[in-house]
Design a protein around this ligand. Structure first.
Ligand code: UTP
Length: 289
């Protein structure tokens, strides 16, 4: 039987250059989508998947993330005094149980693989999740819960994938499959941003992974890949030589909040999905067209 997935790594040390200058002083992962920071949705998704411990890999200028997951004594006292109890409950909703979160520092943003490696001692010798915190996944059953279920079924490494929009496979990491039958398929490889016409499938790697701890030995080699960065993709490709990987075409939609239009799209989609905002959001959008 597969070991349970209890811990998740959330790499939040990147510079967020695609949405500067907003991210000069506000971490990208704390930008609001409607009225909640992106990380609030991610932690909610992780909890829905049974994650008991979140490991944030932070960096310089990211201290606001720790503050977000702590009490704001003055604010809470003010809301209480004014009887704004619904808002108070909302403000407290994301607070961790004692010990539910750890913060480890990536001192230089050397790449996603390096960020994940920084969490190795806290993860230890068990399978774990990686959640890219700038990718929001709107789904009936939480996207990570779907990945955990696939892991429990196969005992294998899992990568969440989604069909790329027509003609855009060259913008993403794309998976190669050993045949395609249903939503969960054994992988044979992956390729970063393949030129159009050479893509092995139309499925892009969308930001949720379940990985076996052996990935850390491969990341420890600190090999540099595309862009001179230590890439998670390279270590996964190595691990795939000795362990099975499955791509899960999860049921839901990914919103990439890491660039301007993606962040706008996420705001529109999440506002439309909120019953109390949907009508007003629709009216505003129509008026602007
Ligand atoms: P991205 O490449 O999307 O984030 O990495 P970035 O580097 O912040 O963005 P741009 O390209 O400059 O706009 C995906 C996730 O990995 C984290 C980022 O914080 C982001 O959440 N990351 C990336 C790290 O934690 N460390 C790194 O060295 C690189």
């Amino acid at each position: 039987m597969a070991k349970p997935v209890r811990k998740a790594v959330l790499p939040v040390a990147g510079l967020g250059t695609r949405v500067l200058p907003g991210t000069k002083t506000t971490p990208k992962e704390l930008l609001n989508v409607v009225d909640r920071p992106i990380l609030s949705y991610i932690v909610e998704e992780g909890r829905a998947a049974g994650i008991e411990h979140f490991v944030f890999v932070t960096g310089r200028g990211k201290g606001a993330i720790e503050d977000y997951f702590d009490h704001h004594v003055e604010l809470e006292a003010q809301l209480e005094a004014k009887g704004k109890l619904d808002l108070l409950a909302d403000v407290r909703r994301d607070l961790p149980r004692p010990g539910e979160m750890s913060f480890v520092r990536q001192m230089s943003p050397l790449g996603l693989g390096h960020a994940v490696w920084c969490a190795r001692d806290i993860i230890g010798d068990e399978p774990f999740a990686v959640m890219l915190p700038d990718m929001l996944m709107m789904a009936g059953t939480a996207a990570l819960a779907q990945c955990v279920e696939a892991h429990n079924r196969t005992g294998s490494n899992i990568i969440a994938v989604e069909p790329a929009p027509e003609g855009e496979t060259n913008k993403y990491g794309i998976v190669a499959l050993d045949g395609r039958d249903g939503r969960l398929n054994r992988m044979t490889g992956m390729v970063e941003k393949p030129p159009l016409g050479t893509e092995p499938s139309n499925l892009f790697i969308s930001g949720r992974y379940i990985l076996q701890p052996e990935i850390f030995e491969l990341l420890a080699r600190q090999g540099k890949g595309a862009g001179g960065e230590i890439q998670l993709t390279d270590a996964m490709a190595e691990l795939m030589k000795v362990q099975p990987f499955h791509a899960l075409e999860y049921d839901g939609t990914t919103y990439d909040c890491g660039d301007k239009i993606g962040l706008l799209r996420a705001n529109v989609a999440y506002a439309l999905a909120r019953p109390e905002l949907s009508e007003a959001a629709r009216a505003v959008i129509q008026a602007l067209l």
